[in-house]
Design a protein around this ligand. Structure first.
Ligand SMILES: [Zn+2]
Length: 586
């Protein structure tokens, strides 16, 4: 991939616009994008909890290579840790590398590793190494507020949102959050912001930010976004799709405006009503009803009423991911509004999800099973760049909420099968231990699918010849980190917790580029595709994608490549949810 192609993508196609677009890719990367100066050491830049598994990877293709690595406590003074530990040849099949383990070092401090003359990024071993990033990740949303001045970021904006696409009528849908490295306000992506923030509140309570703004700060941000979500609910109870998404899937509404309604630069409201958005809206309102009950009962009641109106009007249909979100919505309604009829609805939806689980071995092999199918009509393995682990997570939440239900054992077993016969063996194919994007039957498009077993193949990254819309894997990996974190708690298995951290470690620097994908943490951050407000502390990028050969690509050359470097709401939402779940367990 050259710089020109990065630029071509960057200027025309910010991320979330193309969710629904399909068709042949316009332009494809041919070679893996691995800058000459990419470090050989791959290591999580944040660091490690004292008791965690600790891994360093050293890229090395030869047969011999260095036999050991050095680790020292930089700030420790006399008597500080300074050790030489062995490197062993990695036997997995994806990258040639040596692997070192320093799990035995528990003492808190700032450390640095050196291997064969290369110095790694300094990192901490300390008890709050992940948790201390939560305020930054949550603070990202404040920079994305729309309809108000954000001091130091932008003046009050889009006070003229918006006119309806269908009849041109003006509707007040000001407020909310800009979704990504642009100025558009998608419901599907930004509803996740509220879910991420409310999960932090639920997981960690007032101490989530160790003496910062506490619960009030979290709930204030939720309420800001929710003002917009509530305005987006139509009289029939259903919610609209977006404001400023672009009239033909284009970028025509992606601009600042004069803030005066009725002028030519007013942006459009898309009145379409997708099923997934209804499930996300019900989930948010039912969660808000619970979270605000103690501090503002009237507001909690308003949220619950909005949830009930949407629940009553919506069809609970769709693909596997949609059904998974409907299970989550039903469970939140049950918690917010009482048991009936939501307990029965949740169990019934869980039954439909269970029917989409592939228990039997397929594709002439006996190694991998337990994936989900795409939908009740499409039997292909389910993949999703954002909500990849949601089906298993929904069944896990169901089993936890309804432990006495006659089907609870089947829900639990399905989650275990997915983790033990799909996630774990797939993650074991590379030294990075990341969960591949998905498995496939054969080669659905003309590009590399890695052989797995029998007719089953897999890719670490999205196919690039299937559709125009493909991007980095940050949310997919964070979503699996979340599932693994919840499963570690539920089943009492530390292996799941270790694997959860490996997914997050990739995002935070343990990757072939040695790049940390959160602005303001770690080193070698790419410059983000954020062309209206620039850097946002705590913003997380789309991350590493793949080329036709399923080799990793990441724009480290300021190319404004949206596929790999654009900020996007779901990455911060799943990060907050996953890290606060892991912190709950600590
Ligand atoms: Zn705005």
């Amino acid at each position: 991939m050259n710089r020109r192609s990065f630029l071509g993508w960057g200027l025309s196609t910010p991320a979330a616009a193309l969710l629904a677009q399909t068709g042949p890719a316009r332009e494809e990367p041919v070679e893996a994008m691995m800058p000459e100066d990419s470090p050989a050491i791959a290591l999580n830049h944040l660091g490690f909890l004292p008791g965690a598994r600790k891994t360093v990877i050293f890229r090395y293709a030869g047969e011999d290579g260095p036999a050991d690595f050095q680790i020292r406590d930089i700030g420790g003074g006399a008597g500080a840790v300074r050790q030489t530990l062995p490197l062993t040849r990695d036997r997995t099949d994806v990258i040639d590398c040596l692997v070192g383990d320093f799990s035995e070092i528990h003492r808190e401090g700032m450390y640095q590793i050196s291997i064969a003359g290369e110095l790694g990024t300094p990192f901490f071993i300390r008890r709050d190494v992940w948790r201390r990033t939560l305020p930054k990740a949550a603070g990202y949303y404040r920079y994305q507020r729309c309809g108000v001045e954000v001091p130091g970021v932008h003046p009050a904006c889009h006070l003229d949102d918006a006119r309806r696409r269908d009849n041109g009528r003006q509707v007040d849908v000001t407020g909310g959050w800009h979704d990504a490295g642009d100025l558009r306000k998608w419901m599907d992506a930004t509803l996740l912001n509220a879910i991420g923030l409310l999960r932090v509140a639920r997981n960690l309570g007032a101490q989530w930010d160790a003496g910062g703004g506490g619960l009030a700060a979290l709930l204030d941000e939720v309420r800001w976004g929710n003002r917009y979500f509530l305005k987006m609910q139509d009289a029939d109870g259903l919610v609209w799709a977006d404001v400023a998404g672009g009239v033909n899937g284009d970028n025509s509404d992606n601009h600042w405006t004069d803030n005066r309604a009725g002028t030519v630069d007013d942006r459009y409201l898309n009145p379409a009503k997708s099923g997934r958005n209804q499930a996300l809206f019900v989930t948010v309102q039912a969660m808000a009803a619970q979270a605000f009950q103690a501090s503002d009962a009237a507001y909690a009641k308003q949220c619950l009423a909005a949830a009930q109106r949407c629940w009553s009007a919506a069809q609970r249909e769709g693909n596997t991911g949609d059904l998974a979100w409907w299970v989550m919505a039903a469970l939140e309604m049950r918690a917010a509004a009482g048991r009936d009829p939501y307990t029965a609805e949740a169990a019934q939806l869980g039954g439909r999800l269970l029917a989409l689980h592939a228990f039997a071995f397929e594709g002439g092999q006996k190694e991998i099973r337990g994936f989900w199918r795409t939908s009740e009509r499409d039997r292909n393995p389910y993949t999703d760049a954002v909500h990849s682990a949601l089906p298993a997570l929904a069944l896990l939440e169901l089993a936890r909420a309804l432990p006495e239900h006659p089907n609870a054992a089947r829900w639990r077993d399905a989650v275990r099968l997915h983790l033990d016969e799909y996630v774990t063996p797939l993650a074991a194919h590379s030294a990075y231990a990341i969960v591949p994007f998905g498995v496939f039957l054969g080669s659905p498009t003309a590009e590399t699918y890695r052989p797995l077993a029998g007719d089953l193949t897999y890719r670490y990254f999205m196919p690039v010849r299937k559709q125009f819309w493909w991007l980095g894997m940050t949310s997919h990996l964070e979503c699996y980190a979340l599932l693994l974190a919840e499963a570690a708690l539920f089943f009492g298995r530390t292996e799941y917790r270790d694997l959860a951290y490996r997914q997050l470690e990739w995002v935070m620097g343990a990757n072939p580029f040695g790049a940390c994908l959160m602005t303001g943490e770690g080193m070698r951050n790419p410059y983000p595709h954020s062309r209206f407000v620039g850097l946002i502390p705590g913003g997380i990028m789309n991350g590493i994608a793949g080329n036709t050969k399923d080799a990793p690509i990441l724009d480290m050359q300021n190319g404004f490549d949206w596929r790999t470097t654009e900020y996007w709401s779901p990455h911060n939402a799943y990060y907050l949810w996953a890290v606060s779940t892991l912190a709950r367990a600590a």
